[in-house]
Design a protein around this ligand. Structure first.
Ligand code: PEP
Ligand code: MN
Length: 288
């Protein structure tokens, strides 16, 4: 891909440039060879639910806590999220468990509130081409996790990232969350080929969300391992203390036990591709 007018320019890798490191908080960054794990419930439902989820994911080794308080639901009659009371719950749990917060902003009008509580602003799949929202987050001093749209090409996704970069915010992380294809067996089709393709061309860190990509909790761990092998810089997974009672996306939520089992399997795959979990001791180099 050449840097012609209308094509992504800033997101593309400059030959010889170092990897683009994005700070998710003062002591957590992504994109420099270490693998980051973001975990937590789809939606904030109660203080107890978030605290149990945060306790479990922190114990398992997660680096950041996710949880939605503004939920983009297909049906207007589904649970829409708790709004500001949910942000207070998240902030309390994040402080108690010492993890930064990732949460979705659905509209530019929510930004002032979100900036009071959230470390990383998520832009969801349905808003990937909400250009006024992309412009709005381009003007704030906060990292942005930009999910791939349900029907977006890789090029369209990069151009959406370009809106944020062009406005002056270079703290952008991409997140592949599956695309809609002709295959109905899974919720979406996880495009790991696209992840590997982007890793060769783009300097932005790339995460994978196998929860929304598969829609099925038993498929999450295998796809986390595959994402690590494909070169992703990290994953974001949904974890609920009681998936059967979840108000949103319970079918794809890992239980605390499943999350902890997943985390035990990750280091071997990361080692095979020359990476470690963020914060894990670096392997000794012979002769170093
Ligand atoms: C989410 O992560 O909570 C979410 C709604 O994901 P997506 O935008 O990928 O559907
Ligand atoms: Mn969800």
């Amino acid at each position: 891909m050449t840097a012609e007018v209308g094509q992504p320019q800033r997101a593309l890798k400059v030959a010889g440039a170092p990897p683009h490191r994005v700070h998710l908080s003062s002591d957590l960054h992504v994109g420099a060879g270490e693998f980051v794990v973001i975990a937590g419930p789809c939606a904030v439902e109660s203080a107890e639910q978030v605290d149990r989820a945060a306790t479990a994911v922190r114990a398992g080794g997660a680096h950041a806590l996710r949880g939605g308080v503004f939920k983009p639901r297909t049906s207007p009659y589904s649970f829409q999220g708790m709004g500001e009371p949910g942000l207070k719950i998240l902030a309390h749990a994040a402080k108690r468990h010492r993890m930064p917060i990732v949460s979705e902003v659905m509209d530019a009008s929510q930004l002032p509130l979100m900036l009071d509580y959230v470390d990383v602003l998520q832009i969801g799949a349905r808003n990937m081409q909400n250009f006024s929202l992309l412009r709005a987050v381009s003007k704030v001093d906060r990292p942005v996790l930009l999910k791939r749209g349900l029907a977006a090409t890789l090029e369209e996704w990069l151009l959406a990232a370009e809106y944020i970069l062009d406005g002056g915010n270079t703290q952008v992380v991409l997140c592949e969350r599956g695309i809609r294809t002709f295959e109905p067996a899974l919720r979406n089709t996880l495009d790991l080929g696209g992840v590997a393709w982007l890793k060769q061309r783009c300097k932005l860190p790339i995460l994978v969300d196998p929860s929304h990509a598969t829609g099925e909790s038993t498929l999450v761990t295998p796809m986390v391992l595959a994402a690590a092998a494909a070169g992703a810089d990290g994953v974001m997974v949904e974890v609920h203390p009681h998936p059967e009672n979840a108000l949103c996306d319970g079918h794809q939520a890992l239980t605390p036990e499943m999350f902890q089992d997943m985390m035990k399997l990750l280091p071997a795959v990361l080692k095979a591709v020359g990476k470690t979990l963020f914060g894990a001791p670096q392997p000794l180099r012979v002769g170093a």
